[in-house]
Write a protein that binds this ligand. Structure first.
Ligand SMILES: C[S@@+](CC[C@H](N)C(=O)[O-])C[C@H]1O[C@@H](n2cnc3c(N)ncnc32)[C@H](O)[C@@H]1O
Length: 226
């Protein structure tokens, strides 16, 4: 019998700050190693590059750009801003852009509180990061806020393979064991008014790309309070 996906619950509100601090310490310690791994692992770059044909502009936000590999692949074509929580990542990505003669406005910021005005961006790019946010609802709500109506949200992350592939299933379980919060993005996107499709990118079905469009929020009559 096919297994059903074992999605995580959101951590309780009082644990979210600790979760982010813990992950941030790990990223500070391993930022150099992470940069090396992204550079040296062709498969990781192939997964990230799957997002490129779907980016639309002119204004693009990359949330949680890490060492900035993906930024360097499209910053020459759009007006790019980026945020990452980790200071070392911001420094590394900034240096990488400079080395390649590219320009983007990079900020150290929390996805839970994006430093941009409403409806500012045409597109948001988010790769291998959503499962590291302790409050998926808040992150999605911020994405919705800063994206213009009709704008595009691209989320690449691990999920349970729909065809139950064992290798893909094990990869996603491994990410869970390393502390990632694996969520079902489908209801979360729908609740925030996004229409979407998802595509399998690799990792035996575990690496998936959600291509979502921001629509107007439709409030069902039952949810209207009188
Ligand atoms: C696994 S890395 C992914 C980096 C890059 N997007 C990639 O695909 O290689 C996750 C990134 O998310 C960032 N991050 C974690 N929590 C965050 C938060 N609350 N707000 C913004 N960025 C966050 C980390 O600092 C890290 O750079």
């Amino acid at each position: 019998m096919a297994q059903s996906p074992q999605y995580d619950r959101e951590p309780p509100a009082q644990e979210r700050r600790n979760y982010t601090d813990r992950m941030n310490q790990a990223y500070t310690r391993f930022a150099g190693l992470y940069a090396w791994a992204v550079r040296s692992l062709p498969v990781w770059k192939t997964w990230l590059r799957a997002v490129l044909p779907h980016i639309v502009g002119p204004r693009v936000l990359e949330a949680s750009f890490g060492t900035g590999y993906l930024l360097t692949q499209y910053a020459d074509r759009f007006e790019v801003s980026g945020i990452d929580y980790n200071e070392r990542m911001v420094l590394i990505a900034g240096r990488e852009l400079e080395r390649k003669g590219l320009q983007a406005d990079l900020f150290q910021a929390d996805v839970a509180n994006l430093p941009f005005q409403e409806s500012f961006f045409d597109c948001i790019v988010n790769t291998m990061a959503f499962s590291g946010y302790p409050d998926g609802n808040q992150a999605m709500s911020e994405f919705r806020r800063v994206l213009r109506n009709g704008g595009r949200l691209l989320i690449l992350d691990f999920d349970f393979p729909e065809n139950g592939n064992c290798a893909g299933w094990s990869l996603t379980r491994l990410m869970q064991r390393s502390g990632d919060i694996i969520r079902d993005l489908r209801p979360l996107l729908a609740q925030h008014g996004f229409a979407f499709e998802n595509r399998v990118i690799g990792g035996f079905g575990s690496v998936q790309l959600f291509i979502a469009h921001r629509g107007r929020l439709r409030i069902s009559p039952r949810a209207v309070h009188r």
